[in-house]
Design a binder for this molecule. Structure first.
Ligand code: SF4
Length: 326
């Protein structure tokens, strides 16, 4: 049973390593020993550049991918080694929303079938599943009378609402949302974010919200974890991370987020990162961020920083030998 202090999701030292593809090449450590919790009803944002391992993290948690090591606990129970059959009851509780709504929906199935499927798998009758699908369409702002239409008859935003309805069909407590708005127009993004916020309040959902857009994450999350090359480099309360980022990578990402006030936008300092992220198959020694870090010193090139409390009295953690004063 979950207590007020027990996390709903607890990930510890999780890795996802892909074996070397060719002789002589190295394994790819897509996720390299990450740990975090998600509390009931909370939204944790997981941010970072493309290829940093954030989507792999989400897919590994829902066991679309098998973790290489570490543990994943849901509601206090280790689920990292459960068979797919043993995972079946848990599929009700943990659901996923994907980036591209149209490609994540079967074009040959009606909306009724798409939303009903998880319920049928869990043993609902066809009539009950269809009735529930219509209710879910209404819940996510779709017209239930359109239940027998096909995905291509809906816009991108509407298709994402179908994806959300499908995710909610089994009454989950945790939703892993993998870039849920990044394929949508900006105006539609706000509608989907509003919808997800409303659903969270009404249904008490917890979200792991994966995104590269820090503006969107700022809007929706309670805490934020910043990933770089498979590792979490900073994690803490949104207010602290956004107003006083301690890791140079977080500072650089935030310095690229446009500000609504043109004067503030002109006045602020932009931090330009050098080059692209290195390959996770050949990470640099020491701090893996050092080739791009404007603050790198000798120690950074030989010694990997561990995640530790950023400043006395706060829960935020940062992996940097020389963090910004918090
Ligand atoms: Fe930069 Fe060094 Fe901190 Fe790494 S440990 S982020 S290279 S200052």
């Amino acid at each position: 049973m979950t207590t007020a202090t027990q996390p709903l999701l607890s990930v510890r030292d999780m890795t996802k390593v892909y074996p070397a593809r060719r002789r002589g090449s190295a394994p790819v450590r897509a996720v390299d020993g990450i740990s975090f919790d998600v509390a009931p009803g909370e939204t944790l944002g997981l941010v970072g550049e493309s290829g940093c391992g954030k989507s792999t993290t989400g897919r590994t948690i829902v066991r679309l991918l098998e973790p290489s090591s570490g543990s994943i606990a849901y509601d206090g129970h280790d689920i990292s080694h459960l068979s797919q059959r043993e995972l079946k009851p848990l599929r009700r509780e943990i659901q996923m929303v994907f980036q591209d709504p149209h490609s994540s929906l079967n074009p040959r199935q009606t909306v009724a079938r798409i939303i009903s499927d998880p319920l049928l798998v869990q043993g609902s009758s066809a009539a009950d599943a269809r009735r529930r699908a219509a209710e879910l369409m209404e819940l996510v702002g779709l017209i239930p009378e359109q239940i027998d239409r096909f995905p291509h008859e809906f816009s991108g935003g509407q298709a994402q609402r179908i994806g959300i309805a499908r995710a909610l069909a089994t009454g989950p407590r945790l939703v892993i949302a993998d870039e849920p708005v990044s394929a949508l127009d900006v105006s539609v993004q706000a509608q989907i974010v509003n919808l997800m916020e409303r659903l969270q309040q009404e249904l008490g959902l917890a979200y792991l919200f994966i995104a590269h857009d820090l503006s969107v994450v700022k809007r929706v999350c309670d805490r934020v974890a910043v990933m770089y090359l498979g590792r979490i480099v900073e994690i803490g309360a949104k207010e602290r991370v956004y107003t006083a980022p301690a890791h140079p990578y977080t500072r650089a990402l935030l310095s690229a987020v446009p500000l609504p006030d043109p004067a503030a936008e002109r006045a602020r300092e932009r931090i330009t990162l050098l080059g692209d992220p290195p390959s996770p198959a050949a990470p640099p020694p020491g701090c893996t961020f050092h080739p791009r870090c404007p603050k790198a010193q000798d120690k950074c090139r030989s010694e990997a920083p561990v995640l530790r409390i950023a400043a006395p009295g706060e829960a935020r953690q940062v992996a940097c030998h020389f963090p910004e004063a918090a």
